[in-house]
Ligand binder design. Sequence first.
Ligand code: AMP
Length: 402
Amino acid sequence: MKTLVINSGSSSIKYQLFNMEDESVLCSGVVERIGEEEGVLTHKINPDSDNAEKVVVKEYIADHTAGMSLFIDLICGGEKGVCKDKSEIGAVGHRVVHGGEEFHQPILINDAVIKGIEKMVPLAPLHNPANLDGITVARELFADVPHVAVFDTAYHQSIPEHAYMYALPYSLYEEMRVRRYGFHGTSHRFVAKETAALIGKKPEEANIITVHLGNGCSMTATKNGKAVDTSMGLTPLEGLVMGTRSGDLDPALHAFLGRNKGMGLEEVDTLLNKESGLKGMCGMNDMRDIHAAVEKGDKRAEMALAVQTYRNKKYIGSYMAVLGRVDAIVFTAGIGENDAIVRQKSLEGLEPLGVEIDEKANDARASEPMKISTDASRVQVWVVPTNEELAIARDTLAVVGE
Ligand code: AMP
């Protein structure tokens, strides 16, 4: 069955069409700058093959309906279409950021599910409305096929109360469901499952620390196949140091900046989400630029790298304590998959805890999973590429029952 995966943002829509018989990607693309003067559609045909082709369309794209119609026309029919017509697409999977406490797994979308996703808007005011726009339009354009919602938060719903509750007045939880939710769940689940297979364990018997380091960064402890703690919280700001997000800090900072710098809540929120993290510390948020700057002797770039990798190590250590026995630590996403220096620094000094990196293996580059620990290392360390779209396509198929 051909399965379309849609990740709808406020002014963009990313998509991939899978042939689920062999899980190959038939085409993928992104519509950007929806509603702006000039929108762009970048469409790739057979993107993973040697004869990949790219089509770029630049024109005014009024809204999500216009954006989706544009790429569906390219997918179906026409000279370069990978389907003869729309009826070849048997199911549509949607990435939804926040499923709150309501959604613990992927679910077939109906009107009640839409209402449920709407209910979570206060928890994800930017993302859930954009995800809903995508769902609404796709349900109109593909009225006869099942649509499935796959939630970023769902994997973390197994986290126990003592790990998800904040030490706040209980009424905040009762009234507004203020608690840790965690994000990147689809990636953590996918990578943890892949790693369990790689180390020869059943998922329900594996204890794994998944380290997702991309522009957004998060870490999850998985015990016997279920998430038991994760670094992101009520929002994706908590935890690790990210490209432009601070991660953990003193919760009194808002009050300090308000009192002493006259900053308002929104201003501090923007500061912590958009102007902090690696960018705040050294002016760069791309790890490749930071390494180049370190090479040239840039002390602040060196500091930013040290702060990020120290935080990673602190979390890895705390999740080792949470899990007791750790079978594997696995790195994934843009930085995790590509950056040997970040991996090495994040694990430096953990040898007494049974974590021993093989430097040569760590320096190797591969698009396939690779083991980077020595054979003597008690805890295996792996690099496993994440693939959230494929995970969504698999979930969609599982829900649809084919
Ligand atoms: P993601 O959010 O997973 O797409 O990751 C994006 C981030 O990965 C970028 O901001 C870069 O900092 C980082 N990245 C991508 N490629 C590399 C690389 N070859 N080496 C180090 N970092 C990389």
